[in-house]
Design a protein around this ligand. Structure first.
Ligand SMILES: Cc1cc2nc3c(=O)[nH]c(=O)nc-3n(C[C@H](O)[C@H](O)[C@H](O)COP(=O)(O)OP(=O)(O)OC[C@H]3O[C@@H](n4cnc5c(N)ncnc54)[C@H](O)[C@@H]3O)c2cc1C
Ligand SMILES: NC(=O)c1ccc[n+]([C@@H]2O[C@H](COP(=O)([O-])OP(=O)(O)OC[C@H]3O[C@@H](n4cnc5c(N)ncnc54)[C@H](O)[C@@H]3O)[C@@H](O)[C@H]2O)c1
Length: 467
């Protein structure tokens, strides 16, 4: 029998959401697969992202739950929060998940190298220990890294990775940024009793890119939680002080914080990967430019996940990876549609969740009918809360198709997952209307909104519905 031309069929760089899925599925299809991971198997999502973050969200929600319990007649007193105890359990859980990721890949037949990899040429990988392997195909799934702007003293600040390694909670913290991470950690840290401030450089509600009404409601909720939201504000310098970090802001005022966290976006992690000599194209942010098959400018080199900076979410990385493995090794060519991707921001007590066009985008695109319900949900209203939920559907008046859905509600992330199914299938407003409500729930609003709250028509002044 002839010797195989290459040491393996696929070499995956990165053992995160995308890399592990691609490696596992390719191996299941019969490919000879190697994978290199320089840190911990599972990557950002499992070790320093979605999973530990969501567990911290759960931890931070208990004071609110206790307050609600008291309003429902219980004499609930939680006592102080024990960070070391929670953190110990969290680390044990991450160890378990990391082991499961490793085991699942190995059981599928993947050979894992626990070290950094670099690309030598179109078909060769070098490991940090000096070994080299030839491979028919390379998949780059190295993810991203936090981006910290060039501000004096910024090296004193934490990045999101550090939040999961803290041995103690700070008494006070300044979060810089107003995206997913800043808003979620403002909720978490304020919920855990940390005196929390958030500086956003723009003078507008947080969560730019989300539907305008959701942004207003999310900003208001963070303030109600006790977060000191400072708009039009950014640090100009950070300096070590006896009692923490001294921050001077753009308007000249100075404040001390125990800790500062930069949550100012993430950049593709493509430095020192050996790409320079390969002919793989990168965009201005360093992201690998790929086509609809996740193929780079070099036919043997592919890339999936955050390193391609398409939609930087775990399920998207996993879908791209699975489609790549099916296409290349399973004889089932599949592309990924990035058009309709649902997402959620895990705030408390109400979450932000979204799919499709925002009202602003729909308005710019053409005519749109806006169905919206804002109300105080029964459960929290009974407990004395004035927080209002929002359910919004955007409908194309010509086709009746639902173009977008935006929710601000308890467990909105769970709800949007279900709404994403009919919307992805191309459901019309009539389909929603034909669905019988489940009562009493908050989600029944989705099928009971009869008249538009607004009708936007291009070149016409927004017409307020009369019903
Ligand atoms: C704090 C936080 C919270 C998040 N929360 C959510 C959420 O709730 N929902 C959601 O959908 N998404 C969330 N995300 C985004 C999500 O984590 C990413 O989109 C996802 O992990 C991307 O997967 P990936 O495979 O592209 O990269 P990663 O998971 O980052 O994996 C890349 C891996 O490659 C390794 N690596 C890099 N270079 C090399 C090399 N040269 N050699 C060997 N190994 C290398 C890295 O160590 C890493 O393990 C969150 C992100 C963060 C930071
Ligand atoms: N629930 C989720 O699905 C979830 C949660 C966390 C993270 N993520 C993913 O991780 C990515 C990274 O999260 P993120 O919050 O860091 O990024 P982001 O892109 O969501 O937000 C970045 C924020 O930093 C600000 N910023 C950027 N440059 C700045 C500068 N030079 N000075 C001051 N402010 C600046 C921006 O105005 C913005 O508010 C997200 O885009 C998302 O893809 C998803």
């Amino acid at each position: 029998m002839a010797e195989p031309e290459f040491d393996c069929d696929l070499f995956v760089i990165g053992g995160g959401s995308g890399g592990v899925r691609a490696a596992r599925i390719a191996a299941t299809h019969g490919a000879r697969v190697m994978l290199a991971e320089e840190s911990r198997m599972g990557g950002t999502c499992v070790i320093r992202g979605c999973v530990p973050k969501k567990l911290m969200v759960f931890a931070s929600a208990h004071p609110l739950a206790a307050a609600e319990a008291r309003a429902y007649g219980w004499s609930a007193d939680l006592g102080p929060f024990d960070w070391p105890r929670f953190h110990g359990t969290l680390m044990t859980e991450l160890d378990r998940l990391e082991a499961a990721y490793t085991r699942n890949a190995e059981n599928a037949g993947v050979t894992i190298h626990h070290q950094r990899a670099r690309i030598v040429d179109h078909h060769t990988i070098a490991l940090a220990d000096g070994r080299q392997f030839s491979t028919k195909t390379i998949l780059i799934a190295v993810g991203g890294r936090p981006f910290v702007p060039d501000v004096e003293g910024a090296e004193l600040a934490m990045i999101s990775d550090d939040l999961f390694l803290m041995e103690q909670l700070p008494k006070s913290i300044l979060l810089v940024g107003a995206g997913f991470i800043a808003c979620e950690f403002a909720t978490i840290l304020a919920g855990l009793g940390v005196e929390t401030s958030l500086a956003y450089r723009r003078d507008e509600p947080l969560l730019r890119g989300f539907d305008g009404e959701l942004r207003e409601m999310a900003t208001e909720q963070l303030r109600a939680l006790g977060v000191n939201v400072m708009l039009g504000t950014e640090p100009k310098s950070l300096a070590k002080a006896d009692d923490g970090i001294a921050v001077v802001f753009n308007d000249g005022h100075e404040r001390r914080y125990d800790a500062v966290l930069y949550a100012t976006g993430r950049a593709p992690y493509t430095g020192d990967l050996g790409l320079e000599k390969t002919g793989v194209h990168r965009d201005g942010r360093g992201a690998i430019v790929v086509d609809e098959w996740s193929q780079s400018a070099v036919p043997s080199i592919f890339a999936v996940g955050d390193v391609t900076d398409r939609v930087n979410l775990t399920p998207v990385a996993i879908r791209e990876a699975h489609a790549f493995a099916d296409t290349m090794f399973g004889g089932r060519p599949r592309k990924v549609d990035h058009d309709l991707v649902a997402s959620a921001v895990y705030l408390r007590p109400f979450e932000v969740a979204t799919i499709g066009l925002t009202e602003e985008e729909a308005h710019d695109r053409g005519p749109v009918d806006v169905y919206a319900a804002t109300f105080r949900p029964m459960r929290s209203a009974f407990a004395g809360s004035n927080v209002r939920a929002l359910f919004k559907l955007l409908v194309d008046p010509e086709t009746d198709r639902v173009l977008g859905c935006h929710l601000f509600a308890p467990d909105a992330g769970e709800l949007i997952q279900l709404v994403a199914i009919p919307i992805t299938m191309g459901a019309t407003k009539a389909d929603f209307d034909a669905t019988m409500a489940v009562h009493p729930t908050i989600a029944e609003e989705l099928v009971t909104m009869r008249e538009p709250a607004r009708r936007h028509r291009p070149d016409a002044v927004s017409e307020r519905a009369t019903a």
